[in-house]
Design a protein around this ligand. Structure first.
Ligand code: GLN
Length: 306
């Protein structure tokens, strides 16, 4: 029997409403602290082109770490396995902005989805493109089929002024020889990359190529070969939701990438991409209502990769 996605999204929206006041907004980036917390959006992009949405699915939010996924996809598509010489692919079990393992691992980040890893990916892209932040934005515009995606200058500058940890991480990696560009340029570019604003409908569309074996479903552009796409999905599952990746896999059962703006993109390989957003975060920095919504989605639709 065909699944009525619209009915499911509408009922999930009702279910998560009581949670909307409960999460904590990320306030270490001052501009993010201004976001109205009681918002929630959800959108599904099916590979046959049908789109379903509920709640604030067309309100743009700060993509933050969700951009790490697109930076990685772009770097992986250009450099292939060479990226793994400079960044690992093991879950960190530590907060996304931790410096702790970096010292022990001599400047090699655990994975591309923590800040250290995303800074290295940004550095790899900066060697190939005139500006890595713009390359990532252009890439997201292409895969989202949305030319109006853009940086949010207020969020960018707000983060830049408080990016002390990211500077510390970048300096440590530079000291170990794992950052080729200037620290200031890489951190600035990374903060700008994180400030990209997107909504759930656009984000679900942007993730569709990863649910479609690396190929954009509407125009058949191959971004990644099927094997690389599968590998990127594996890295999302094990590392995409910070130190909560195990719990997230247990509850949701899908490859996903989250950001402190409250957005999460998740994939049902071969079928659909789903994006959720709600700014209130749980203790690990994942959207509280968003994670619950994905848990309910995979339960109600019996979708899972397991
Ligand atoms: N820009 C944020 C930071 O570097 C992104 C973190 C996140 O979304 N987890 O701290």
């Amino acid at each position: 029997m065909a699944i009525n996605y619209q009915l499911i999204l509408d009922s999930i929206y009702e279910e998560v409403k009581p949670l909307l006041a409960k999460g904590r907004i990320a306030n270490y980036i001052p501009e993010l602290a201004k976001v109205e917390p009681r918002q929630f959006g959800i959108a599904v992009y099916c590979l046959d082109g049908r789109t379903y949405a509920a709640g604030d699915a067309e309100v743009r939010f700060s993509a933050q770490s969700v951009t790490k996924l697109f930076g990685l996809a772009l770097a992986f598509s250009r450099e292939g396995d060479a990226i793994w010489k400079r960044v690992g692919r093991e879950p960190s079990g530590n907060p996304f902005n931790s410096l702790y393992q970096l010292e022990l691992a001599k400047g090699i980040p655990r994975n591309p989805f923590i800040n250290a890893g995303a800074l290295v990916i940004h550095d790899i892209l900066a060697q190939r493109f005139v500006q890595a932040d713009i390359a990532i934005l252009q890439f997201m515009r292409t895969v989202a089929r949305e030319a109006s995606l853009d940086f949010d200058p207020a969020v960018w500058h707000s983060e830049e002024q408080t990016a002390h940890r990211n500077y510390a991480i970048a300096h440590l990696m530079k000291d170990f020889g794992n950052l080729h560009g200037r620290v200031e340029d890489i951190v600035r570019g990374y903060c700008r990359q994180c400030s990209i604003a997107i909504n759930c409908v656009e984000l679900a569309r942007a993730g569709a190529f990863l649910a479609n074996h690396g190929t954009v479903p509407w125009d058949f552009t191959r971004i990644l070969d099927p094997s690389s796409s599968k590998r990127l999905n594996a890295a999302m599952l094990t590392c995409g939701t910070y130190d909560a990746a195990g719990d997230f896999a247990y509850r949701v059962g899908l490859p996903a990438k989250s950001g402190v703006g409250g957005g999460i993109i998740a994939l049902v390989p071969g079928e659909l991409a789903i994006a959720v957003w709600s700014p209130g975060l749980d203790e690990n920095g994942n959207s509280l209502a968003g994670t619950m919504a994905l848990e309910r989605f995979t339960t109600l639709t019996a979708r899972s990769i397991f």
